[in-house]
Design a protein around this ligand. Sequence first.
Ligand SMILES: Nc1nc2c(ncn2[C@@H]2O[C@H](COP(=O)(O)OP(=O)(O)OP(=O)(O)O)[C@@H](O)[C@H]2O)c(=O)[nH]1
Ligand SMILES: [Zn+2]
Length: 311
Amino acid sequence: MEKGLVLKSTGSHYRVRLDDGRVVECVPRGKLRLNEIKTTNPITVGDWVSLELNSNGVGLITAIQERKNYIIRKATNLSREAHIIAANIDQALLVVTITQPETQLAFIDRYLVTAEAYRIPTVIVFNKIDLVDSTIQPVLDSYISIYEPIGYKCLKVSAKTGQNLDLLKQILQGRVSLLSGNSGVGKSTLINLIEPGLNLKTAEISNAHLKGRHTTTFSEIFELSFGGFIIDTPGIKSFGLVDIEKDELYHFFPEIFKLSDKCKYYNCTHIHEPGCAVIEAVDKGEIAPSRYLSYLSIYDDENEKYRPKLK
Ligand SMILES: Nc1nc2c(ncn2[C@@H]2O[C@H](COP(=O)(O)OP(=O)(O)OP(=O)(O)O)[C@@H](O)[C@H]2O)c(=O)[nH]1
Ligand SMILES: [Zn+2]
């Protein structure tokens, strides 16, 4: 009996990396299912599997280990089944830039909420730090002062000058990472510097959900030469919001969640209730206005009237 990590899935067979580094082609033995959700694919990249090796070197997958997390894409047909894109993601690296292009705070917040809901720790990587001049610096500082206190690790790098790429490498080392970020922030440039020759298909498929044919694109995991894995999956630079119940949304804003047990009402929405510890913290400037705005707009687009005025 061997154990391995699923690197690639083509629907019917799988490429699995054994613990000793060997890579073998595998087929599942019979029906393998984890009783989680209705899914179009029972085994996905990032899965840890048990397998038996045939004499001809082909593996027979006999079991799938329980997943610590997974990301899904809703299948485009009406079967309501989900397609699991990847499992057991140790961390997401969200690459953002303050300029060329400017990554919006609302975009970062939506990403972080989704990552929290998926239980994927996220590191915010500020790239193109070489472009930061005296006008950009305060903006960069303000971004970091929003996210660092909440607990998100922030890293300033430059693919152009090579600044802090060693730290980025350290973060990637020994982990399974998902690389995300808007188009043009430098994901490919960074990864090519860190691991030359690795050509990720990070390019986003525009309106992927509108184009059914793209759901047949399979994701893949690449091994880094210095140890660690990168999940390469098209269209996942910014994964969509998972279905989050409105009244659970505050769970995915760590700084709001932390305060929520101090609210007067146990079912406080943190939007209009008297005695709300969250609103109080927003008023006192202890919660970033932009974060609270994101909370309101994700909760309900009609919360306009509750929005605090930004200075
Ligand atoms: N000045 C500067 N330019 C950078 C840096 N990193 C990347 N770029 C440039 O930014 C542009 C976009 O970089 P890409 O690596 O293609 O960005 P991407 O995030 O992979 O973009 P998509 O493939 O569209 O998702 C390229 O022209 C890079 O040369 C950096 O640190 N500093
Ligand atoms: Zn409240």
